[in-house]
Design a protein around this ligand. Structure first.
Ligand code: ADP
Ligand code: MG
Length: 680
């Protein structure tokens, strides 16, 4: 945070640092930091009439206080009010101050959600106040998203100071606001930060409330504008046109045991046309699992390699996948006389330094690796093309690092997760898309079976008979989000059990905690066929390619997301033999799990599955915003705000064409320091 901002808002260093943690750097960032919800401290509800399961405020006299030690240490106080009813206040974390405030005979005000407890109704960790020095609030209290050690009153004060400090003059043209029936930004912000007494909780929670509509519109507009500008910048960018002579690709094609499908040929042509241009390519290659994206990547790389001195970097989100690509590219390229380098985080320092030196002086022209490829200290001599596999798995920060590396570099992104239209329109507006809409021939469709966990023995028998035919099997252990240790335990148990029940088979284990080299060793045993069965945590999810594997068993499939199941299932059905995917599930099944299993059982088409997935869980998660850590859209929701998105899109086109001042001022307010994120 700038020292001037800190002074202007009268913030201590400590508070300023906490605000930085929330990505709040400027006064505008603070003014746009809007409440997550509101609390009603305007009234006191008689305990006898207080609703269960809703947040409310009560006031009573403490009858009794005690510290219990079982099942764990906790503070419990029982209060009673004029309505004659009692309520327990329970604190699992508490300080001496709590005990003081809740001394027997004291009057306290408590705000929280009332739950039916075993020993009567209770509030867990209510917000406490002593009534003497606190009149009832006049309007609803905003509750802001915050971080550890930054309490609501402090944050609220900072926001108010910012609200007073910023220039709230309207930036958007009046005509636009009128036609969309949107209130002014100043009014909207004031209403949301300091709701007038007459506004109810319900009104404020409604996304259709005009003040929220205005904020959402502005946010979407900022995104659309920055996307348009990014596209403009890119179009005027100056990449090296890559026009290959076709010699290397012809050789590679001649060496392949198969011919490209029409779809593969078509996307190769599209990519080649982009590469020949001085506008940096920004293309997404989407194609279902198993559609053959890797060879398209290799052929694209060759176009670049046919040009004097140009380098190509290929990046994958996990070590296992990157390693697989490395092996494949090496096998394809070394017969063409091209050396391929390997770079990943787990590489020993010496080997890493060697690879980096060879990239920096141009000695090596192809490198495969994880995001280690885009650390600041990796320099390229003449980077011309970057290929990113499973790009949706990378977080925003990584995509940003990549972008910074190659302003004027052609980029090919690959994904098996098709992008819904709303996302394509918003986040990925600056992306051209090629689709492989055809699978290679002679694939026998994968049979999917739903099997109750109770029939595990039958499934083990099926594994045995499959392996006895010379084929191989994956056995995927359940995802246990809460505990990696537990997940590992389950995987080791499964391995032991299978070894015990199927002593004639060679069974290996691969999991997320293993060192990269150990993982690679197990994988190569499986690839070579010396292991019959590979027990795995979901680390094998993306990209692994072992055509001889024809059986995939997934335990506790009901816990997994659809995209994940589809990706996992796509690991089999890659060879010519009929493949099976067994989804083991445990009863009872929840609504969502039931819906997911039905979809994955009935459909094999990734696009259809993605569509239904979107319906079941909404686009936020789909984007991987959660894993990226950076908030992308704070207010708007792509699923409910389609209309606003379309309006913002049209307005953006108009403003960029006719009102560059407005564009600049709007972006300054909305993006300020954070501009990069939305465009990443
Ligand atoms: P994905 O699109 O999921 O990354 P891969 O590139 O790993 O798929 O390809 C899956 C499998 O299909 C690989 O074994 C690959 O060699 C094979 N393959 C790719 N293209 C063809 C083709 N045109 N004909 C036959 N097999 C192909
Ligand atoms: Mg792949």
């Amino acid at each position: 945070m700038q020292p001037e901002t800190r002074q202007l808002l009268k913030l201590t260093d400590n508070i300023a640092n906490k605000l930085e943690k929330l990505h709040l750097h400027s006064a505008w960032d603070l003014a746009l930091h809007l409440p997550l919800r509101y609390e009603d401290e305007t009234q006191i509800i008689p305990i006898a009439a207080a609703p269960i399961g809703e947040i409310c405020q009560v006031e009573g006299v403490v009858l009794h206080q005690e510290i219990q030690f079982k099942p764990r240490k906790q503070l419990i106080a029982r209060i009673k009010d004029d309505s004659g009813a009692c309520l327990n206040l329970r604190f699992i974390h508490f300080y001496p101050n709590h005990q003081k405030q809740l001394a027997q005979g004291a009057t306290v005000r408590a705000l929280g959600e009332i739950k039916r407890g075993f020993y009567g109704d209770e509030m867990i960790h209510p917000k406490l106040k002593s009534p003497e020095n606190n009149k009832l609030a006049q309007s609803l209290t905003p509750i802001y998203p915050t971080t550890n050690g930054l309490n609501q009153p402090t944050l609220r004060k900072a926001v108010q100071a910012a609200l007073d400090a910023v220039d709230l003059t309207e930036v958007l043209p009046e005509k636009l606001l009128k036609s969309l029936k949107l209130p002014s930004l100043a009014e909207s912000l004031r209403t949301l930060h300091n709701p007038p007494p007459e506004l109810s909780m319900q009104t404020l929670a409604d996304g259709a409330f005009p003040a929220w509509q205005r904020l959402k519109f502005d946010e979407l507009l900022a995104q659309q504008l920055s996307m348009r500008l990014a596209r403009q910048r890119r179009k005027s960018g100056n990449a090296k046109p890559l026009i290959g002579n076709g010699v290397l690709s012809k050789k590679l094609l001649a060496n392949l045991p198969f011919r490209l499908t029409h779809a593969q040929q078509r996307v190769c042509d599209e990519i080649r046309a982009d590469l020949a241009n001085h506008v940096p390519m920004h293309r997404l290659l989407q194609g279902d699992v198993g559609s053959g994206k890797t060879i398209v990547a290799a052929l694209s790389a060759l176009v670049a390699l046919e040009c004097e001195g140009v380098q190509v970097a290929i990046m994958a989100p996990t070590e296992i996948l990157a390693e697989q690509h490395f092996i494949k590219f090496k096998q394809w390229f070394e017969t063409l006389g091209i050396r391929v380098a390997w770079l990943s985080g787990s590489l020993k320092k010496k080997a890493k330094d060697e690879a980096k030196a060879a990239l920096a002086n141009g000695e090596i022209r192809v490198v495969v690796g994880t995001h280690a490829l885009f650390q600041d200290d990796v320099l390229f001599d003449n980077l011309g093309l970057v290929i990113v596999d499973e790009q949706h798995r990378f977080g925003v920060a990584q995509r940003l690092a990549l972008k910074n590396k190659g302003q004027d570099v052609h980029q090919l992104m690959m994904s098996a997760t098709p992008i819904p239209r709303t996302l394509a329109m918003s986040f990925l507006a600056d992306l051209d898309v090629s689709s492989i809409d055809e699978l290679p021939p002679n694939r026998t469709p994968i049979k999917t079976k739903l099997v109750n966990q109770l029939r595990r023995n039958d499934v083990e028998g099926f594994v045995l008979s499959t392996c006895q035919k010379g084929q191989q099997a994956y056995w995927v252990c359940p995802l246990i989000e809460e505990s990696e240790t537990l997940q590992l335990q389950t995987a080791t148990d499964t391995l032991a059990e299978l070894q015990n029940h199927l002593p004639s088979l060679n069974i290996g284990l691969v999991h997320g905690r293993m060192k990269a080299a150990e993982k690679a060793a197990v994988m190569s045993e499986f690839i070579s066929g010396s292991l019959n069965v590979l027990v795995a945590t979901t680390v094998i999810e993306v990209g692994v390619d072992v055509p001889n594997a024809s059986l995939m068993v997934i335990e506790h499939a009901e816990r997994m997301g659809l995209a994940q199941l589809h990706q996992l299932r796509g690991r089999v059905g890659r060879g010519a033999v009929a493949s099976t995917c067994v989804l083991l599930f445990a009863e009872p099944l929840g609504q969502v799990s039931k819906a997911r299993l039905k979809v994955i059982h009935e459909h094999t088409d990734g696009f259809e599955i993605a569509r239904q997935d979107l319906e079941i869980r909404g686009p936020g998660e789909f984007l991987g915003a959660r894993q990226s850590g950076a908030p992308m859209l704070r207010f708007a929701d792509l699923q409910t705000d389609m209309v606003l998105l379309e309006q913002a899109r049209q307005a953006a086109a108009d403003l960029v064409a006719h009102e560059p001042d407005v564009v600049a001022r709007h972006l300054e307010r909305w993006l300020g320091s954070r501009e990069g994120f939305l465009a990443a």
